[in-house]
Each structure stands twice: as structure tokens, then as C-alpha cells.
Design a protein around this ligand. Sequence first.
Ligand SMILES: [Zn+2]
Length: 248
Amino acid sequence: MDRNKTEGIVIRQVDFSETSRVVTFFTRDYGRISVLAKGARRLKSAFEAAIDLLTRCQIVFLHKSTSSLDILTEAKLVNRFRAESHQVNAYYAGLYVAELLQSLSEEFDPYPRWYDAAVVTLSRLQSDADFRQAVIRFELVTLAELGLLPEFEQCQCGRPVEENSERWSLWIQQGVLLCSQCRHHEASARPLTGEVLSTLRRLSHSDMADETIPPIPDIQLRIIRPLLTALISNIIDRRPKMLAYLKF
Ligand SMILES: [Zn+2]
């Protein structure tokens, strides 16, 4: 049995018995893990109040070589996710981050940069930052880390994007950009402008921690929001549940 130490965010909890709980963490060093937290449902448990949803903790767990559940032995609170009561969107956006981490990660498949982006996003959601932009930046990092971010620089035929009146579109099922000449082969592609592509390029190349990114204009948000929803729904084969609660 290996004893592993790492940092993680609680993304799901399920009651296991009268006293115990199975907790799923997205961890920095091991990716997604599910561990049995014995006694976690007791009022005075060994984990104190460390394991609430979206809480970031330092944990120690025992990895079983057999098929039985790994065991959580320590959980120390690093910080708790607290969206103010007026920030109901920020709270749901935090749950959406957890849903993306849960649906798109694999057990024991670490993505440290994706983890760091989640930490930055959860912290940004608790500040006065615009939750819509925080969510879009996290979605773009998620796609980039998984190797599923569409090319925003050129059409699949090689034609580069220029900021002119050319009509571009994104072929959702294939995640590729099409110029006006290639588009007629694929009627279902979604239209977008050179300005929107330039925003998507800037956001996907920016450092996640960079606070100086200008706000996305509303006119572009109205194009980018449904586009990312369609891209992510196509990857996970359903519309993410939490999007129904978010008022963009
Ligand atoms: Zn083309």
C-alpha cells in the first residue's frame, strides 16, 4: 500500500455508510482520485471540516493495489470556496468547474496546469471578477490541456485568419475552423467573426493568472458562450448540468 501526499480540490462526495463518505478529489499530482473517508460523516471527524465541496486541501491517502477503495488518512484545509450570497452565479460557476473536472478527467492521470487553472478560477470566482470571463478562460484551458482546443489561427485548408470581414465558422463536431470557401461543405458549422477569433486567441494564449485581460465585449460573449457550450457538450456527449443554473 502506497502512502501518497498531494493537494486536491473536492469535486464530489457520496455517502458510503452511516459514518463514512467516498470523496472525489481532483489532485495536482494524481489527477482524479476517489477515496474512502472513514468517519467523515461524524460531527467530530479526523478531517475536521476540510472536506466540503470545492474545498482545497492537503491530503494523504493510501493507494491500494487491489480493486478496493483508496483510503483518505489526512485532509488539511488550504482554503474553502466561499462565494458571497449575492454571487449566486459565482457559486454555480464553481460547481461547473467541478463538473468539468469530474467529467473530463481520468483517475490517476495528472494535469498539474489544469489543476492550477482550477485553483485560480475558484479564487477569481470569489472575487469581484466577472464570472462569465473566468468560466470562459477555464473552459479554454481545459480544452487546451486535453488537446481539444480548436485551431483559431487558420482554416483547415491553411488560409490564415485576418481581421477583415471574412466570415469564419467553427465545425463543432471536428473542432476545426473553416473559412467561407470551406464552409459550404459543412452546413452545421457555427459562424464567428475575425474579432471573436482574435479574442479567443488572446484568451487561450494568456497566462491564467494574468489579471490584465480586458473584459470580453457583450456582443462577442453572445457568440463565444454558445460556441463553448457546444464544443464541451460535444466532447462529453451531453450538455453540462450546471450550465442550466448559470445566468450568462
Ligand atoms: Zn478554408
